[in-house]
Design a protein around this ligand. Structure first.
Ligand SMILES: *[C@@H]1O[C@H](CO)[C@@H](O)[C@H](O)[C@H]1NC(C)=O
Ligand SMILES: *[C@@H]1O[C@H](CO)[C@@H](O)[C@H](O)[C@H]1NC(C)=O
Ligand SMILES: *[C@@H]1O[C@H](CO)[C@@H](O)[C@H](O)[C@H]1NC(C)=O
Ligand SMILES: *[C@@H]1O[C@H](CO)[C@@H](O)[C@H](O)[C@H]1NC(C)=O
Ligand SMILES: *[C@@H]1O[C@H](CO)[C@@H](O)[C@H](O)[C@H]1NC(C)=O
Ligand SMILES: *[C@@H]1O[C@H](CO)[C@@H](O)[C@H](O)[C@H]1NC(C)=O
Ligand SMILES: *[C@@H]1O[C@H](CO)[C@@H](O)[C@H](O)[C@H]1NC(C)=O
Ligand SMILES: *[C@@H]1O[C@H](CO)[C@@H](O)[C@H](O)[C@H]1NC(C)=O
Ligand SMILES: *[C@@H]1O[C@H](CO)[C@@H](O)[C@H](O)[C@H]1NC(C)=O
Ligand SMILES: *[C@@H]1O[C@H](CO)[C@@H](O)[C@H](O)[C@H]1NC(C)=O
Ligand SMILES: *[C@@H]1O[C@H](CO)[C@@H](O)[C@H](O)[C@H]1NC(C)=O
Ligand SMILES: *[C@@H]1O[C@H](CO)[C@@H](O)[C@H](O)[C@H]1NC(C)=O
Ligand SMILES: [Cu+2]
Length: 524
């Protein structure tokens, strides 16, 4: 404990003087809960689903102490936290939380402190979740907001606070261990029981859990920050009788664009401005989802995935209008991802290196492949191997699907059109990318593409470019965690020498792997 405190202090002293340190403690505990009315044991941060909100400001440093108090053997007992979408400097890549890529998991009864300086003036809507196997499906997910005191779009809204965050996620009645075993045995991805909006939802035949209520005052403009914390489902958001003006895409300030329906893949985030400009009443916020055949889980009813937008002065009751799946009373004006533009144009530089990634599934098995390789997490994390001197593809097992790239280059990743009809939300850790060809369009846009960190890969093909100016072993994977667990992942390892030069991990980090490896599998 003394050792841990002194290494954290040393890390803090190394920070620039202007940055505020945000100390956060998260107790990772098993807790009973019934988000959709079905009671179960969950893996949580501080006993709640979603976990407590974390907030910071531009340039702050997150100092997140995780106390692993898990004790329910029906779920994984170790844990690890990823701060999804946060740009992480090479020097802090060891605190980025990806199990077996940049770290080993935190063992039960142990504590670990992640130190993550917020770099590049990054602001926006992010989230944290377990990045150990599919553990976040058991509940360990929460919002992480980085506010911008100088937001260039602040004139567009009046309210942006802890009450304007919408977390939509799929929910499951079973724990992940039997579900994963079922997936491995059959090749059929588990189908969620319900969808939750800020931690509450309903399933067919279940109790009438009160829908989440979003309170608004007529004449006020709200910045709602929508986060898709799904492990599988795609949600389509709309608010009856109201438009949504998108102003942020995965942390990127976005040229304002009005829509009335918005699809989010797992891991994606948007901020939208909604003006409470309608008569005082209750309105449905529709959040239907798709994720596997509902016939495989009769609990599932996407119509029940919704919340209420309640104007001050309206009666405390459900809206009187029907529960629709989309905007009920307006012509559909759905988001087309390819039409998103960054607020400040950022042309995609010419690519120095091309990589083609072809995705396919092995029929009838829980096995996804990228270029014919199914990712298998190594015992020794990628970063540990690099620090120990790994310097070529031969230093990694084929199943680590690790691409070695030079520093300070532009890499283009081409995903050819896939035959599979499901869209795979590919997520790059530690960095964001220029989305020069969205799956939503046939056009290639290198002039002013949106930059984001999760983009769908599907039937029309997707092309992204990213810079390796921030070297490190960055996980690049499908955010449908069932697919990730079945191998749909790669590691983009850039600048191995630069990584060795810049990464100076703490003693506490160095001890994570020996502690984890010493555990019997049932405690891991
Ligand atoms: C989580 O719970 C711990 C222990 O009660 C508390 O100290 C901490 O502030 C809580 N964290 C957050 C983010 O609310
Ligand atoms: C964690 O601590 C509790 C209480 O001391 C103990 O019962 C449990 O066995 C410990 N778990 C592990 C994995 O050591
Ligand atoms: C962050 O913003 C400050 C003030 O606007 C600017 O001076 C600095 O160059 C920015 N840093 C980066 C990395 O963009
Ligand atoms: C969880 O899955 C196991 C194995 O398929 C099954 O026996 C059990 O009934 C399931 N429990 C729930 C609550 O769905
Ligand atoms: C969240 O992502 C999942 C998986 O990609 C998707 O099925 C679901 O519709 C998304 N939710 C929203 C609100 O877009
Ligand atoms: C939504 O936007 C459309 C197109 O700009 C406009 O025609 C419509 O009146 C708007 N609806 C509301 C409720 O503001
Ligand atoms: C889903 O819920 C809606 C609203 O309660 C209901 O009308 C519909 O029949 C349900 N669907 C199924 C398949 O049960
Ligand atoms: C990458 O691929 C594109 C499209 O096939 C091609 O035009 C370009 O020249 C390639 N760039 C490099 C550096 O190989
Ligand atoms: C995958 O393997 C098949 C059969 O061996 C081969 O034809 C194909 O070219 C391989 N694809 C890739 C992307 O390596
Ligand atoms: C790194 O490369 C050098 C020269 O190519 C080689 O001699 C050495 O064995 C490599 N290191 C490892 C860990 O493989
Ligand atoms: C290395 O890869 C092979 C298949 O290429 C696999 O069978 C083996 O389990 C892997 N070993 C480790 C330690 O990951
Ligand atoms: C990395 O460093 C080693 C030893 O200093 C050197 O031999 C090698 O050329 C460097 N590799 C690159 C890609 O710069
Ligand atoms: Cu996928």
């Amino acid at each position: 404990m003394k050792l841990l405190a002194s290494t954290v202090l040393a890390a803090l002293l190394a920070l620039p003087a202007f940055s505020d340190t945000i100390p956060i403690t998260l107790d990772i505990v098993n807790a009973d809960g019934a988000p959709d009315g079905f009671s179960r044991s969950m893996v949580t941060a501080n006993g709640t689903y979603p976990g407590p909100l974390i907030t910071a400001s531009k340039g702050d440093t997150l100092v997140v102490t995780v106390n692993n108090l898990l004790d329910d053997p029906t779920m994984r007992l170790s844990t690890s936290l990823d701060f999804d979408g946060i740009l992480v400097d090479t020097g802090n890549s060891f605190d980025e939380g990806s199990s077996f890529v940049t770290t080993c998991p935190i063992t039960p009864n142990a504590s670990y402190t992640y130190v993550v300086p917020l770099v590049n003036n990054q602001t926006g809507t992010f989230w944290y979740h377990s990045q150990l196997s599919v553990q976040y499906v058991d509940g360990l997910r929460g919002a992480l907001i980085v506010y911008d005191p100088d937001d260039p779009l602040k004139d567009l809204y009046d309210v942006d606070d802890e009450n304007t965050i919408w977390q939509v996620g799929d929910w499951w009645h079973n724990s992940t261990l039997p579900m994963l075993a079922g997936y491995v045995a059959t090749g059929i991805v588990p189908v969620s029981d319900s969808g939750t909006f800020n931690g509450v939802g309903r399933f067919n035949g279940g109790p009438e859990v009160p829908f989440f209520v979003v309170d608004v005052v007529q004449g006020t403009r709200y910045r709602f920050r929508i986060i898709n914390t799904s492990a599988r489902n795609v949600f389509t958001m709309s608010v009856d009788s109201h438009n949504m003006t998108i102003i942020e895409t995965d942390g990127m300030p976005t040229s304002p664009m009005a829509v009335n329906s918005l699809d989010l893949l797992a891991g994606q985030r948007y901020s939208v401005v909604v003006e409470a400009n309608q008569p005082v009443a209750n309105y449905w916020i529709n959040a239907p989802y798709v994720g596997g055949s509902p016939a495989r889980n009769l609990n599932q009813n996407a119509t029940l995935s919704r919340a209420i937008l309640r104007y001050q002065g309206a009666p405390e009751e459900d809206p009187t209008s029907p529960m629709s799946l989309g905007p009920a009373d307006e012509e559909l004006n759905a988001l087309v991802e390819a039409n998103l533009r960054p607020l400040v144009a950022s042309p995609a530089p010419e690519a120095d290196i091309n990589i083609t990634l072809s995705l396919d599934v092995t029929a009838g098995k829980a096995q996804w492949n990228v270029n014919n390789v199914s990712y298998l997490a190594p015992e020794v994390p990628t970063l540990v191997k690099i620090l120990d001197g790994a310097n070529s593809t031969d230093d990694f097992n084929v199943t680590e699907n690790t691409f070695i790239l030079p520093a300070n280059k532009i890499v283009q990743v081409i995903f050819p059109p896939s035959e599979d009809d499901e869209e795979h939300p590919f997520h790059l850790h530690g960095n964001n990318f220029w989305l020069i060809k969205s799956n939503s369009s046939d056009e290639i846009n290198t002039d002013n593409p949106i930059k984001r960190d999760v983009a769908g890969v599907g039937s029309t093909g997707t092309i992204i470019r990213f810079s390796t100016a921030n070297p490190g072993p960055w996980f690049f994977h499908c955010h449908i965690f069932w697919h990730l667990q079945a191998g749909l992942a790669t590691v983009m390892a850039s600048g191995l020498n630069e990584t060795r030069a810049e990464v100076h991990p703490t003693q506490a980090w160095t001890e994570l792997c020996p502690s984890y490896d010493a555990l019997s599998p049932d405690l891991q």
